[in-house]
Ligand binder design. Structure first.
Ligand code: BG6
Length: 502
């Protein structure tokens, strides 16, 4: 909290872009869930703000549909009616004077005195600066009567230059402490568990470095195609949509140094520090794969000759003492076989195998798989003696599964946690301006190279596969293969079967 007295004040959340998909699918379901869990702040008002003309009841009905359709918890009419009293709506163009003329009186009437405000910008990015500027002109970001915080959705810029320009523009209007740049991956329970796993256990951190780790793989694989977001996606592509934010944030959590405290600045400093140590790429033909699923160009709204990548694999290295020479392979794509988000750490092989059977046995390195979704869990793969043989060995797993340990309803939606953190003024899971710029510094040269003669060929892949064969060749050239640490691993190449020797 910026001021200790703020916690006694009522809170207003204004959602700009209230008629959009995100509000329906994620924001209102998350707020309703927090309401059911009695975690919303006292005196909460939620105001949907958008251009569409409608009244409070119209908005309530619209978002109720969204909750029924998208929320994973049981819908209860009584609970909804109780929650719906908090919902209001205001129509207008809030990059203009409507912020002052329409919205301000609505908010002030509901608040009836000093109150905290959280402005959620769930609009297309071209409106971010315009809305905050209109709020600033109307004196609505001034923090005398309570906190004024702004949550900004992605994409934050489309390249380094535009991200810097947006940061500069915002810093003229509000302070960095008021800005909460959201990356919903950081709100995922299993992603936060990476910190607990690494820093609340004594046995992993000592081997979490170049002496014991051969390489790291971070995979965010999606079954869905581009869906109804063609207009946005065809200009963004997979690097802007997934790598600049989600994948690089995952890399930061896996690779960062232990923060000295569980304080937002300490945690954000370490994430920024490791991102600043990632080596920018130079050889884009060998360090990147650029793919597109077959049929993408026939999707509605996609240019018939589109070169937009829907899949990519990248190899990064980190220039610091912990990670020198340890490759980080990152891959993400759409229209793949299944949805899977996982981090796989492959350890180095033992230096010598003395067992008689080892002559015919490929050396199988130990492997740790952090399964982030959908089969949330952690698996450690190691060698075991096959019973009733002299010394035959086989890979086996030690498994932790969230559902088994914590029950089936244990994993909340990422947005619940993030909304609550923003209300409480905890910015640890939000992206600071320097992190945004460091990650664009890594993605920008790839985007430029892919627009030039340095681009690797666009590798077409069949929907429903694990991506282009070029991505397999890419890791194969380093003597490695993609590993499947999660899901039904027994069926996958690279899972339980011997891993390619280096
Ligand atoms: C979003 C991307 O940020 O993340 C989408 O814009 C992607 O293209 C989505 O599908 C994936 O999120 P999740 O939570 O479903 O893994």
């Amino acid at each position: 909290m910026s001021n200790p007295h703020d916690k006694d004040k009522p809170t207003t959340i204004v959602i700009f872009g209230a008629s959009g998909d995100l509000t329906q699918r994620k924001l209102i379901p998350a707020l309703f869930s927090l309401h059911r869990k009695k975690r919303v702040p006292r005196g909460l008002n939620i105001i949907g703000a958008a251009r569409t003309e409608q009244d409070d009841n119209g908005f309530r009905e619209e978002v109720q549909e969204g909750v029924k359709k998208f929320a994973e918890y049981h819908f209860s009419e009584d609970e909804w009616n109780d929650f719906a009293d908090h919902l209001h709506y205001c129509a207008g163009d809030f990059t203009k004077d409507d912020a002052e003329k329409q919205l301000k009186p609505v908010i002030e009437k509901l608040e009836g005195g000093p109150a905290n405000r959280l402005y959620y910008l769930a609009t297309p990015p071209q409106f971010f600066a315009g809305i905050i500027s209109a709020l600033a002109r109307a004196g609505m970001v001034d923090q005398h009567d309570g906190f004024r915080r702004v949550i900004i959705e992605k994409p934050f810029g489309t390249d380094l230059k535009s991200a810097r320009a947006l940061n500069e523009e915002l810093h003229q209007l509000v302070s960095e402490q008021q800005i909460y740049r959201i990356d919903h991956y950081l709100g995922k329970e299993t992603v936060q568990n990476v910190l607990i796993f690494r820093f609340a256990n004594g046995i992993f951190e000592p081997i979490w470095n170049r002496n014991y780790i051969d390489h790291v793989q971070i995979s965010v694989l999606e079954e869905v195609g581009v869906g109804h977001r063609a207009g946005y996606y065809d200009t963004a592509g997979v690097l802007r949509d997934m790598f600049q934010n989600h994948l690089l944030q995952l890399l930061a959590l896996v690779a960062m140094e232990p923060p000295a405290s569980f304080n937002s600045n300490a945690i954000r400093n370490e994430r920024a520090k490791v991102l600043s140590a990632v080596r920018p790429m130079h050889d884009f033909k060998t360090e990147t794969v650029r793919g597109q699923y077959k049929g993408y160009r026939q999707e509605e709204g996609i240019k018939p000759d589109s070169q937009t990548p829907t899949y990519s694999a990248l190899r990064f290295t980190i220039d610091n003492w912990r990670w020198q020479d340890v490759p980080f392979y990152l891959r993400s794509g759409k229209s793949l076989k299944e949805k899977r988000t996982e981090v796989v750490i492959q350890f180095k092989c033992p230096p010598h195998l003395m067992f008689p059977s080892s002559k015919d046995h490929h050396m199988t390195p130990n492997m740790l798989a952090l399964c982030l979704q959908p089969d949330e869990g952690i698996h450690l793969r190691f060698e075991a003696k096959v019973p009733d043989t002299s010394a035959d060995m086989r890979s086996v797993d030690m498994d932790f599964n969230y559902e088994e340990s914590f029950g089936s309803r244990s994993i909340p939606e990422a947005y619940e946690r993030l909304l609550l953190d923003a209300i409480h003024g905890d910015a640890a899971l939000f992206i600071r301006s320097d992190q945004i710029e460091y990650s664009w510094e890594l993605i920008d040269p790839i985007l430029k190279a892919w627009d030039s003669t340095d681009a690797p060929p666009l590798a077409l892949y069949d929907p429903g596969t694990w991506g282009p064969t070029e991505a397999d060749e890419f890791v194969d050239r380093d003597g490695r293969c993609w590993l499947m640490g999660c899901g039904d691993r027994s069926k996958e190449k690279g899972a339980l079967s011997p891993v390619a020797e280096k």
